[in-house]
Ligand binder design. Sequence first.
Ligand code: SER
Length: 890
Amino acid sequence: MSQPFRSADIRQAFIDYFISKQHTAVPSSSLIPHNDPTLLFTNAGMNQFKETFLGMETRDYTRAVTSQKCVRAGGKHNDLDNVGYTARHHTFFEMLGNFSFGDYFKQAGIAYIWEFLTSKDWLAIDKDRLYVTIYETDDEAFDIWHTEIGIPAERIIRIGDNKGAPYASDNFWTMGDTGPCGPCTEVFYDHGPEIEGGLPGTPEEDGDRFIEIWNCVFMQFNRQKDGTMLPLPAPSVDTGMGLERISAIMQGVHSNYEIDLFVHLMDAAADILGIANEQQASLNVIADHIRAVAFLIADGVLPSNEGRGYVLRRIIRRAVRHGNKLGAESDFFYKMVAPLVAEMGDAYPELKDKQSQIENAIQKEEAQFAKTLAQGLRLLASELEDLQDGDTLSGAAAFKLYDTYGFPLDLTADITRERGILINEDEFDEHMQAQRDRARDAGKFDVDYSSVIQVDTPTEFIGYEQLTEDNVTLLAVYQNGEATEALNEGMEGVVVLDRTPFYAEGGGQVGELGEIRTATGVFEVQDTKKSGQAIIHHGIVTMGEISAKQSAEAQVLSDIRSASAKNHSATHLLHAALRQVLGHDVTQKGSLVSSDVLRFDFSYDKPVTDTEIMQIERLVNEQIQANVQACIEHMPIDDAMNKGAVALFGEKYGDDVRVLTMGTEQVVDGQRQPFSIELCGGLHVERTGDIGIFKITSEAGIAAGIRRIEAVTGMNAVKYLQQGDQQLSELAAQLKVKRPNIAARVQTMADKQRELEKQLERLQQKMASAQAANLLDDVQNIADVPVLISTLSGIDGKSIRTLMDDIKSKLPDSVIVLIGDKDGQLALAASVAKSVTGRIKAGDIIRHLAGELGGKGGGKPDYAQGGAPKPDNSAAIIGSLPAWLESQLG
Ligand code: SER
């Protein structure tokens, strides 16, 4: 390699080296793990090969090399809190990896590492700076390192189960609580004695001197939920080397943030903020976070309040807060996208393609955060209103500010300190911990491979052509995830067939219902799912018994199938119509197709108007009425794309894809193409007319920038329209008008109600003044001060204020307390004449009274007000007020 070892050169050298060792270069997979509910984000190079390691999927190659986009924030392997303050933690990083699927194992795995790191043709790292660790009992790895590679025994460190449980070890790698895993060997680099830290296995190992650069996992087991280790079909190799760490070594710097890529990003950040780059920790944070944020958005994540979107939101807000710490006064973070594209856009073209989308999403989130910041300040001000010097703000309030309004604790503390108010930090920490636990749980999903790994024969799906097949075989039967011989009447379980007409849940379409009948019993199918290459039927034995190896007849419920097919085809037409009406930026974010309803989520940043909804409905129904044949073809993916087929971003497609075209021909961008053309493996109608009718039932936002449309078709749509029609008839009958006149009648009624409310208010005020005249009779003398305390029923806070002004003028040098009692609420007001405020203050009276009544209130020395929900003992509390006033005035 030639100097200066730019990160981009190292990435390329790694790939070239392994290509020279017969590895296939495979592109990075999306940061959103495909079809793997056990994982929040792609966090290692091996993720995209998980099923290959498990033997559930085969590839055309047995050796692969990748540079994989990874995010470790949220879920297992969460580094977010450390990022910016250590030399090596990142939310986003690139993992270089080589993989063997049942091909080479420990010997070649280790030899490749050593050659690439130390050979003068490759990285030529000084061998004396390298140490290795192995799993304590892995003598085979020891022998290879020692005897074949020639590493002195004292530089090979054995690490046992140092994390307190069997296989819980730095040298036993597991992807998650379940899935492929195995012992590993790691290579460490010595950054030199001037840096603090000790060798792995010593008490000082967490220091920064000896840094792990390459992890090579010998994949041998599939870990089950209960901790059992089942052997994998073939021993394999999975390695990972962080590009940022190896770049630091090759560029002779200690911190990852000093490598070329980060220096450029931090310079850009400093420029944008108008400050000098003095390697402030906050600049590290911004440079790190823009990578995670931009790549996540490019892969389809948007900020939201749950799951992946929530992690993204926290990363953006953390970056914005650090920008504010450095003096940013308005949106700045989105401006980091351009410098990032300049650095990484060549290696990852999705960044270039989606640059403006990424910028918009970030800027929107920044604007939203700015809004919550102001709201948070208002909330804090109201929390502080009732607190005095020396009081403590509850941890719950501080946490709410942090969590809901994105207020860091130290910002809240700055504000409260000025008022002499402390924060209950212990309580804040408890809330924080509870949230972390929740976040961790959100990243942990419950999937057990034990029942599926045994099914190595794929199920042939024959349901595109037929609903019934009378000659299928029960390959296996499961109860509670365990293979069993038979299921008796009343037992729930899972059945796997050699061939099946049942469609397995996928592509948004839910599983199917029906029956599997054998000579001895009937199994009612309640749901069908995919597991590896097999289709599994969940259900219950409703008659007799069924057993493995029996032959059977399988029958899908045709009504349900046909209702689902209508909804699925209508979903495609809806997608196409949305793009015509709202623009081609609309992309699918999710869908659900059942026999009752269809649901379609898509990116769009404002509500769809009623007129647009009607236009969309009209377009779809026009296509239905055109009654065109739906056409299904298989073709190479590139041909499908050339034809303008819509594919889902981040979805995994084979080379040969199933393409569904529907509807009349249209001219799009000067090209003739069918109304809808999409890649799809689902079940559809034969002609668009089969859908019958399409009606949208709701449109709503479900997250920032994501809308959801729900709709119905066929008889469900007829039912929906009939219900609406019936409701209108009932309404017309109740209002005693013809249907076209309903709106006008409702408007007249609303106007009349407003007029009546005004009249009522005027009457109440008149009543209040009338009462005021009588009230003067109730004045008592307390410690030489005329005092009036009066409870007025049916009077609200507004009228109380008018009344108070009225009485005050008639009763100089007095204390007046009025309590309005209306609709279960008490409105409190106190007035203290200026001549008396030296002896008692209105604010104190209201605070006392509201406190006793369980409400809130306060104000100035001469006038204060408050309120409380009326407690049962309110009369007694109000009755004790003269005695209290006497104690204060006396
Ligand atoms: N899967 C291992 C890791 O992530 C090696 O690639 O460290």
